[in-house]
Design a protein around this ligand. Structure first.
Ligand code: FEO
Length: 179
């Protein structure tokens, strides 16, 4: 038995492999935020938990976008093992400091991918990655804002209560266009 299918490879092997690696890293992003959501819930910060759960959904959208792109370019998505995320955090502030550090890593990876696409004169991939470039500005900015608020309230229980309430109001908004 054999399958007849039309080859439609339109990006380089190197680009496909780099995108696959990034898709796996986005899965890892969702994984660490599940861990943070669980930690926050466990220590009674259900608003923080909500914020991280919304973040998980956003990361899965990032995965889906790259997944669709790789397939539409005639390549195959290859999944890798996901690294174990940390599950101990020193403080509510640490959750967001680690988030910011992680998002900066994601930004660096996106920039590297964009550099490769430019080098290969791969305009389709460059265009696809533009969405991620903009998204990363928002991702980092959101983490910085929350870190600033947490630093302002310090050890105040009331302040933390108010921030928890605010983070509890975050809702997942599916991006447009959807992919
Ligand atoms: Fe998918 Fe938070 O970067």
């Amino acid at each position: 038995m054999y399958f007849l299918y039309m080859e439609k490879k339109m990006i380089s092997k190197k680009m496909a492999s780099a995108l696959n690696a990034h898709l796996n890293f986005e899965f890892y992003s969702s994984y660490i935020y599940v861990s943070m959501a669980s930690h926050a819930h466990h220590i009674g910060l259900k608003g923080f938990a909500n914020w991280f759960n919304v973040q998980v959904q956003e990361e899965l959208v990032h995965v889906q976008r790259i997944y669709n792109y790789i397939l539409n370019q005639g390549e195959k998505v290859v999944l890798d093992a996901i690294e174990k995320p940390r599950n101990k955090f020193d403080s509510p502030l640490a959750l967001f400091e680690i988030t910011l550090e992680h998002e900066r890593q994601v930004t660096a990876r996106i920039n590297k991918l964009a550099g490769l696409a430019r080098k290969e004169n791969d305009h389709a991939t460059s265009t696809m990655l533009q969405w991620f470039v903009t998204e990363q500005v928002e991702e980092e900015s959101a983490a910085v804002d929350i870190i600033q608020q947490l630093k302002l309230v310090g050890n105040s229980g009331n302040g933390l209560f108010l921030i928890d309430k605010e983070l509890g109001a975050r809702t997942f908004v599916p991006p447009t266009p959807p992919n």
